[in-house]
Design a protein around this ligand. Structure first.
Ligand SMILES: Nc1nc2c(c(=O)[nH]1)N[C@H]1C(S)=C(S)[C@@H](COP(=O)(O)OP(=O)(O)OC[C@H]3O[C@@H](n4cnc5c(=O)[nH]c(N)nc54)[C@H](O)[C@@H]3O)O[C@H]1N2
Ligand SMILES: Nc1nc2c(c(=O)[nH]1)N[C@H]1C(S)=C(S)[C@@H](COP(=O)(O)OP(=O)(O)OC[C@H]3O[C@@H](n4cnc5c(=O)[nH]c(N)nc54)[C@H](O)[C@@H]3O)O[C@H]1N2
Ligand SMILES: [Mo]
Length: 720
């Protein structure tokens, strides 16, 4: 496949026209302009300012994947006869794309124990079945999972119901995503989210972009990066793969950029996968050697800096260069650029978090930011580039196994009863519990828990031991089949722009947006997520301790959120005023942190031990959203289909293999035959394949601090 010379531009625009034709141009336009937060990434657009408008009020803001997600939700419903014609054995062969293309789920479905076919059932019967099961199950053997697309209101209701029911086994997809960022930022700064707002991107003169591919995954961030270059600023990219769209991008909404493209990376550093700690400690070492450390800032506003600087001073250049795979000279250029920048933003995504040392990597990044005084001033700071559109809100609402201080007491006050005390499971611990036969019910609010797990064989085995698995979903995915329980129930839900009432979402800039809802795209029995949770709570708990039917009024739910979640008081009246807001206490424009003495706390970051040999990165293509695949090819990387391995020309030569050849890739958990070799611009020693197909290769090497599996530095071997 031919690799384009740049990202964005005409192919994206052409795609938009094709999609518009598919969904009906007027119908799609109306949906895109409706006052609903975009459904895809957490960069945030839409809401009360109107569809395709960003947090600074800029229009038009649109990207290919927001259209993709919208058009996919507008496809027709699955025919009732579909499940008669396709038994479980057949459904197990569906690819992610085939499952998605089946259409909207429009009626509840059950796959009873030992049955060969899913069959439809009424919503009442389905909810009663689930309620009866929950009533007779020990709450410590029940787990609640949430993906990141649901509203704050549904998330708050889910965790409230789970806790009043009696368990802390409440988790969200962030354990497989940005958990390491939350943990690392909280350890250092006292708050686990971005310290900057969208406007800061227009104020900085340098962005250091590590382990992220926004050209595909957060395309609207490319507009900010392109504008930064246009005004004379710099972008330093740190990524083992030379991502085409990070070198040059055609921003569709900027005419000059659309025509000629904008250079994005001013410098492109290609570390080894998992080599970022060595690189970041190397930056500190340069800063020390060149007397560029802001010592006054450190002594006034931070603690622990002496140990951190001592550790960097004693680390040898040999160790740093070999762990990172980056030369000392490159580290020097980067360190000098950060030190001389007036305001620098550090932005990152899964390339930093998906390692067994994910948290340590974030700590090392915070150390560099603090040592250069680049946190706690206007236009500078930390920006974890979040995934799902409301993943941050789902966490803020307490869909987490442990609660923020104060929230537990507040919940106990509003519900008038003690909250459970069992130790809540994180997502991978839950899968292990399933495998031990100790989980009887999984209740999943969206997502594809099976498909997002490492070691697909283990995930299948573990999840199939669960007594009853309930999925609230919009469309089918292979997780419904491979991740089935002994009994499986699928409840169809409305997407946020189809719901009968407004709901809220939180962007990665801590900005809370109001979505107006709308009408269903297709007829069917789908209901809103919040309504389903309230009905279930009512069936399981009765009117205890609250009348759950009353909580079908979202204004009432927002009142409870305002009362319980710190920084969220402004949500109470948002339904009436439409006034969107930034969560209090998150953005730092002065170096005062909510930690003892108001000081940030720096932590030492020892270099990890890594095995020699090839390291696999599992990543996303341009045409997928997580486990949902819209297009089989990967446009920007020029990769023709999903069963390919990207490797460097040096590795291909050393292994004696060539482009197009079929090989077997072996990992710690399994192997995949018939994988096509694509030789490309990836660093020697690193190879890349697509998630979720490659998840069968990876063993769950989990970071003890964040409990996130190492999806990005997995050892693999290639058999010719
Ligand atoms: N189109 C689209 N958009 C999405 C998604 C999607 O699937 N499709 N998913 C959403 C979600 S939930 C998330 S979390 C985000 C994910 O957004 P990203 O984190 O950008 O996505 P990934 O494809 O996982 O790839 C991360 C990048 O990290 C690089 N990388 C891998 N390992 C390392 C390493 O060790 N060090 C460094 N420095 N770089 C490394 C890879 O080469 C790749 O460019 O995107 C969100 N947006
Ligand atoms: N190997 C490997 N594994 C990974 C990753 C990786 O990079 N490599 N990335 C990890 C990351 S960052 C993440 S976030 C996880 C993703 O894990 P999840 O969030 O669990 O998975 P998704 O694929 O986003 O879930 C897609 C499904 O959500 C449902 N859905 C879509 N919209 C809605 C809605 O509005 N409401 C409801 N109720 N359901 C809806 C549809 O049924 C769809 O099939 O995977 C992780 N796993
Ligand atoms: Mo994610």
């Amino acid at each position: 496949m031919v690799r384009p010379r740049a990202g964005g531009g005409w192919p994206a625009i052409l795609y938009t026209f094709n999609k518009a034709v598919e969904a009906g141009p007027l119908r799609l336009w109306k949906k895109m302009r409706s006052k609903n937060a975009c459904k895809t990434c957490a960069l945030g657009m839409g809401g009360q300012r109107g569809g395709m408008v960003n947090e600074s009020g800029h229009f038009p803001e649109v990207c290919k994947k927001s259209l993709q997600a919208q058009v996919a939700d507008m496809q027709g419903a699955i025919e009732p006869g579909f499940f008669d014609k396709n038994d479980l054995a057949k459904l197990l062969t569906l690819t992610p794309k085939q499952s998605e293309d089946c259409g909207r789920i429009a009626f509840p479905l059950v796959l009873p124990e030992a049955a060969t076919h899913f069959r439809p059932l009424s919503m009442d019967t389905a909810l009663n079945k689930i309620a009866e099961t929950l009533k007779k199950t020990d709450p410590d053997r029940v787990a609640f999972y949430s993906s990141g697309r649901s509203s704050n209101e549904a998330a708050f209701l889910l965790q409230s119901f789970a806790r009043v029911y009696g368990t802390n086994h409440i988790m969200n997809c962030s354990y497989y995503c940005h958990q390491a960022s939350g943990v690392g930022l909280k350890m250092t700064l006292g708050v686990g989210t971005a310290t900057v707002e969208l406007e800061d991107l227009a104020r900085c003169d340098l962005v250091v972009l590590l382990g992220a591919n926004p050209a595909s995954n957060h395309p609207r961030l490319m507009t900010q990066l392109s504008d930064l270059r246009q005004r004379g600023g710099r972008v330093i990219v740190v990524n083992p793969i030379r991502e085409r769209g990070l070198e040059k991008f055609h921003v569709p909404s900027r005419p000059m950029s659309l025509l000629f493209g904008t250079d994005i990376a001013s410098q492109y550093v290609q570390p080894l996968a998992g080599g970022d700690i060595g690189f970041l400690v190397g930056l500190l070492k340069v800063l020390i050697e060149e007397n560029l450390v802001q010592r006054e800032f450190l002594s006034s506003y931070t603690e622990g800096w002496e140990e951190v600087l001592a550790e960097a001073s004693t680390a040898t250049w040999d160790a740093l260069v070999s762990q990172s795979g980056v030369s000392r000279e490159e580290m020097q250029t980067v360190a000098r650029a950060i030190a001389s920048s007036k305001a620098c933003i550090f932005a990152w995504a899964m390339g930093l978090t998906h390692h067994q040392w994910g948290v340590t990597t974030i700590l090392a990044l915070c150390n560099v930011a603090l040592a250069t005084g680049q946190i706690g001033k206007v236009g500078a700071g930390m920006l974890p580039i979040r995934g799902h559109s409301n993943v941050q809100g789902i966490g803020s609402m307490g869909v987490t196994p442990s609660l923020q201080p104060g929230v537990r007491q507040a919940l106990e006050k509003i519900y008038g009863r003690p909250m459970p005390t069992n130790e809540g499971l994180d997502t991978y611990a839950m899968i292990e519990r399933c495998d031990a036969g100790e989980i009887d019910v999984i209740f999943a609010l969206g997502g594809n828990l099976w498909g997002s797990n490492p070691d697909a064989r283990l995930a299948s085995r573990a999840m199939q031991k669960v007594g009853t698995t309930v999925y609230l979903s919009t469309k089918l995915n292979p997780g419904h089949f491979h991740g089935r329980g002994q009994n499986t129930i699928i409840i169809p839900v409305l997407a946020r722009d189809e719901e009968p009432y407004p709901t809220t979402q939180e962007s990665m800039f801590n900005f809370v947006r109001l979505s107006e809802g709308g009408t269903p795209n297709v007829p069917g029995q789908m209901q809103s997520e919040a309504l389903i949770i309230c009905q279930l709570a009512n069936l399981v708990l009765g009117k205890v301790p609250v009348d759950w039917n009353r909580l079908t009024d979202m204004a009432e739910v927002r009142r409870l959120i305002a009362e319980t979640i710190p920084g969220w008081a402004a949500i109470e009246n948002i339904g009436d005023t439409g006034r969107e807001f930034t969560v209090d206490g998150r953005v730092f424009h002065s170096p005062q942190f909510p930690l003892p003495g108001g000081k940030a706390k720096m932590h030492r970051t020892p270099l990890p031990e890594q095995s020699s040999g090839l390291r696999l990165i599992t990543l996303r293509s341009e045409g997928q959203f997580n486990t949902v695949v819209y297009e089989e090819h990967d446009l920007y990387r020029g990769i023709p289909h999903r069963f390919c391995i990207l490797l460097s020309s040096e590795d291909a030569r050393d292994l004696g293999i060539r482009e197009g050849q079929k090989v077997t890739v072996r990992g710690e958990a399994g192997s995949l035959p018939n994988i096509e070799v694509v030789v490309g611009q990836i660093r020697k020693g690193v190879v890349a394949m697509y998630y979720p197909e490659a998840n069968c290769l990876i063993r769950a090497n989990v970071d003890e601090l964040s409990r996130t599996p190492a999806f990005k530095s997995a050892p693999v071997w290639i058999d010719v």
